[in-house]
Design a binder for this molecule. Sequence first.
Ligand code: FMN
Length: 167
Amino acid sequence: MELFEAISKRASVRKLKPVEVPEGDLERILDAGRRAPSGRNTQPVDFIVIRDPETIQGLAKAQSCIADVSLVIALVADPEKSEFWLEDIAAATENMLLAMTALGYGSVWIEGTLLRAESDHKKLLGVPENLRLMVALPVGAPVESPQQAEKRPLRDVVHWERYGNRR
Ligand SMILES: Cc1cc2nc3c(=O)[nH]c(=O)nc-3n(C[C@H](O)[C@H](O)[C@H](O)COP(=O)(O)O)c2cc1C
């Protein structure tokens, strides 16, 4: 899939079903995350690949749709390595979501619900105390045709030369 098509098609998919993810696809998704920009190129973000059904059930306490897939990627960062760790996690997350869209998988950026019990999920995944577990990305097949949420129109978002100048 072409880049701009993937950007347009990427959507938060919360109705998922399990799908076989070949190693080659998984590697392309992880590599897309690894190649994301990183403040001062410190690269403080690591990925955890989770296939164990029991662990996935545990993570589904954050959000039930996680229980519907057989593969989850969690993103972890070390805040002591970089002041930009949060932005770096976001960049890696979006790269992986675009890669998944391009490969035909459905996913959703799970962060808000994960953080409600971050320490429980860290224990489940064996993440050291000093690291942050910020995002979980289920990798599944969309049950319905994915629909990206409605976005503000460009003419509202873009200002020309100075704030407030709209065309
Ligand atoms: C920082 C951040 C945290 C998010 N956390 C969650 C979450 O915990 N659960 C969830 O279902 N979606 C979560 N989302 C997905 C947003 O709800 C979604 O991107 C937004 O509604 C727009 O829909 P779209 O992704 O289809 O464009 C999160 C997105 C971002 C960027």
